[in-house]
Design a protein around this ligand. Structure first.
Ligand code: ADQ
Length: 788
């Protein structure tokens, strides 16, 4: 075992000898590390008590040490000086006492936060299991195959159906008329061609933040299906392209899964009224969040993508923003990401290392940039080069090898990469791995180090952004991951159709010290047969270390006040105070840019996202005839499945006067749609968190969403009677439900202007920043740190 690890990791031997020298230093350097064997076996409350008692003892010693000194001869000549000295000493004692009391209070807070972040340690686990069992039992009269639905990519529509009978829409408005409205008289002649005369739907723009150049990016639909030019699609299934087992690809009739418990876990939003200056979005930039104090840790987030350097979707956004929020709390934070391209900010650190991947020697280099308080470390290797637009592309084994190399190099970054001249080291350190791509990291941490008594104080947290993608393959793939043979078992997962297979996410979930997902709703869903995509049993077995934290947003990047993409082409920045002027200006600019009639009165509906089954694009397609019969405009931006890209092209072709389909990946266009649209549609079949609805609300754009996963956590249904809520929700992934919700939304837009403005203001007034979520991450990291 050791020989496998040591042959692959020369560092291992090196560290072993170094550790003998440094372990005591490291132990002492940890702010609040509990390293004694007594503490390790003790309960949290015991640790807390011991800490407090320890301080009491110290305090007693202090009092003794600072008490009257009998060894000093009494001097009758200087009674005042002696008195003064005693007073000074007493003051010092009081100060120390105050300090200690404060520390004790902080300790208590820490202990209670640890307890709160491990609510399922005892009884929670049981209730959760019961919840799960009851959900499964509720379906016993259906076969597994009857319950699940999917397309070739294994997307699952069961969740939405499961919720359908349970979440009663609170709509109090009349259903929309589905009759065609009279044709719109356009003040300006609509045009479905871009300035170069090409149709918008044929534009493929796959650069991260590109200037729009339609003429040079025109491609045929065949080319659009090429993973090289369709980054979003490749993420959805290019790696594990083998079809998912049929138990994940059947449709449930209905499901009677109980959601009461789920509803309880949902955090209600408490939107504030948005009249004051201080409520403006972006204000939180001025007010740093509270510092982590004694909880300060070294944190290394490892992800396959990180905005703005590399991005195919929400994972990139999270990897770009969460670390900054953690750094703002005072943690030392690093992001490790592959170097897919040359990034001007990143400099070669001159460190070279070699790793064996499936028997092949591979060299990596490390590039570094320090931005917004965060160390960004880019791992350079020929296997990552030029993959910016195809991060998850290539054949299964190629991608597997890339991720093996990446995780092997990333787990050693704290030893080799001197950021600001100093390596992070392994004391007081936590890794945050993300999705299956980096799920090998917790396994390597364990197999190569902790099993050998190394990196004992390093913890790993694995975050599930989308459980539908798992790193599946045949069992033989185990030979590529370079682990001792007894590790094979944790990768094996039984599949009713394909039998036993190799599953990277399964191994990561078992090995990580903590597991998180990106919303409360999704944390419930992944424990169910329908939402767990075959991993629900593992998650339920590890419920004690599992939780959900709703994503935040980068309020610098996605803020109408500062948005750089609104600086040109007649767009403008705006805030709550200038919403009346700024948003209509952005809408007009968007209509103009898209070649749609510039009409302030027509509701402009947007959609942004990967074109796949998850995002419910087919539901929009089904609802399209009704939508196009209304006096509305629609713009859809996305890339992915060729058939759905074709839907966008067809839509634009058929409804040239009111619809635009932008096939491609354009960050700038995403920002402009978010600012210029009145309504954002998100009919996702499942949505672990969803960021676009959060961005939309921050821009005064009203979300209409399928109430599932994070969408349900974050979009509270509008109630016209109490004038509360943030948008419209519908309870099952059906076109009819979407039409109903959108119809109510359109009615409010047209007839109830004040209600509409209230919705906008409530949305914009929320604190959607990462600061709140970062504090919760911190609690989980601290809990992991004290977990033995
Ligand atoms: N064609 C295009 N052009 C430009 N930008 C585009 C685009 N298509 C998508 N985007 C952008 O990509 C991001 C997508 O965010 P989502 O939350 O919808 O992510 P996704 O499903 O990829 O991620 C998963 O991870 C995230 C993060 O945890 C979860 O929120 C989510 O539910 C889960 O499915 C947004 O910033 C969006 O603007």
């Amino acid at each position: 075992m050791a020989s496998v690890a040591e042959s692959s990791f020369p560092l291992l031997c090196q560290i072993k000898s170094q550790r003998r020298v440094t372990s005591s230093t490291l132990r002492n350097s940890s702010v609040v590390r509990v390293s004694s064997p007594d503490f390790a076996s003790g309960s949290l409350s015991f640790r807390a008590r011991s800490f407090v008692l320890g301080h009491r003892w110290k305090f007693a010693s202090c009092v003794e040490a600072t008490g009257p000194d009998s060894s000093k001869p009494a001097s009758g000549d200087e009674p005042e000086d002696a008195l003064q000295a005693t007073i000074e000493k007493s003051k010092k004692v009081l100060d120390m006492q105050r300090n200690l009391l404060q520390q004790i209070a902080e300790r208590r807070k820490l202990v209670s936060s640890i307890k709160e972040s491990t609510p399922n340690l005892d009884d929670g686990k049981v209730s959760s299991k019961e919840e799960y069992d009851s959900s499964v039992n509720a379906n016993t009269d259906e076969t597994k195959e009857d319950k699940l639905d999917g397309d070739a990519n294994g997307s699952l529509s069961a969740i939405s159906n499961a919720k359908s009978s349970l979440y009663k829409e609170k709509s109090k408005q009349s259903s929309p008329s589905v009759k065609s409205s009279s044709p719109v008289t356009a003040p300006e002649k609509p045009s479905s061609v871009a300035s170069n005369g090409k149709p918008w739907s044929s534009v493929v723009d796959s650069s991260l933040d590109p200037p729009y150049k339609p003429s040079s990016t025109m491609i045929s639909s065949e080319k659009a299906s090429d993973p090289v030019t369709s980054p979003g699609k490749s993420r959805a299934g290019a790696f594990w392209s083998d079809p998912l087992p049929s138990y994940l690809t059947k449709t449930p009739e209905t499901s009677s899964v109980k959601t009461e418990e789920y509803m309880e876990t949902r955090e209600e939003k408490k939107p504030q009224e948005a009249s004051s200056e201080t409520n403006e979005p972006g204000r939180d930039e001025d007010k740093p969040p509270p510092l982590a104090g004694p909880n300060v840790m070294n944190v290394i987030l490892v992800a396959a993508e990180c905005a703005p350097f590399s991005k195919t979707g929400g994972l990139g956004d999270v990897a770009g923003a969460l670390p900054k929020a953690l750094a703002r709390r005072g943690h030392r934070v690093m992001v490790v990401v592959p170097r897919y391209a040359e990034y001007a900010e990143a400099k070669d650190l001159g460190v070279r290392k070699r790793y064996k991947v499936a028997g092949q020697d591979m060299e990596v280099q490390y590039f570094h940039a320090y931005i917004d308080g965060v160390d960004f470390v880019f791992i350079e290797s020929p296997v990552f080069r030029h993959l910016s637009n195809n991060i998850y592309g290539g054949n299964r084994l190629d991608i597997l090898k890339r991720m093996v190399l990446f995780c092997k190099a990333a787990v050693e970054v704290p030893w080799y990469v001197p950021c600001g001249g100093v390596c992070y080291g392994d004391g007081n350190l936590a890794f945050i791995a993300n999705d299956w791509h980096t799920a090998l990291l917790p396994v390597y941490l364990k197999a190569y180090y902790r099993d050998h008594g190394l990196m004992k104080y390093t913890r790993s947290v694995l975050v599930i952004h989308n459980i539908a993608h798992q790193g599946r393959g045949p069992v033989e793939d185990f030979s590529c991951v370079d682990l001792p043979s007894h590790y094979l078992d944790i990768f094996k997962l039984y599949d009713p159709v394909g039998g036993e297979h190799f599953n990277i996410f399964a191994a990561g979930l078992k090995s990580a010290d903590r597991v998180l997902t990106v919303s409360h709703g999704y944390s419930w869903e992944v424990k169910t047969l329908e939402g767990g995509w075959g991993l629900h049993n593992i998650i339920n077995e590890n419920d004690w270390k599992f939780g959900g934290i709703v994503n935040g947003i980068d309020t610098k990047e996605w803020n109408p006040r500062f948005d750089l993409h609104l600086h040109s082409d007649e767009y403008t920045n705006y805030s709550l105070e200038t919403l009346h002027i700024g948003k209509p200006q952005c809408k007009a600019a968007l209509q103009k840019e898209l070649g749609l009639p510039v009409r302030p009165d027509v509701p402009l509906i947007g959609f942004i996202g990967r074109l796949d089954h998850q995002k419910g694009v087919d539901l929009i397609a089904e609802a399209l005839p009704w939508m196009m019969s209304q006096d509305v405009q629609l713009v859809m931006l996305g890339t992915g499945r060729p058939d759905l890209e074709e839907v966008l092209r067809q839509m634009e072709h058929q409804y040239r006067d009111k619809a635009r389909g932008w096939v491609g990946f354009s960050v700038r266009t995403a920002h402009r749609i978010t600012a210029g649209a009145d309504i954002l549609l998100m009919p996702s079949r499942f949505e672990p968190c969803g960021l676009n609805q959060l961005y939309a609300m921050n821009y005064g754009t009203i979300p209409v969403v399928h109430a599932v996963g994070g969408l349900r956590d974050t979009v509270q249904q509008f109630d016209p009677y109490s004038e509360t809520g943030l948008g419209w929700t519908f309870d099952s992934a059906e076109a009819g439900k979407l039409i109903h919700a959108l119809g109510n939304c359109l009615l409010t837009y047209r007839e109830y202007k004040e209600s509409w403005e209230g919705l906008q203001r409530r949305g914009m007034s929320q604190d959607l920043s990462w600061d709140t979520a970062a504090e919760k991450y911190e609690e989980v990291l601290v809990a992991a740190k004290y977990q033995w």
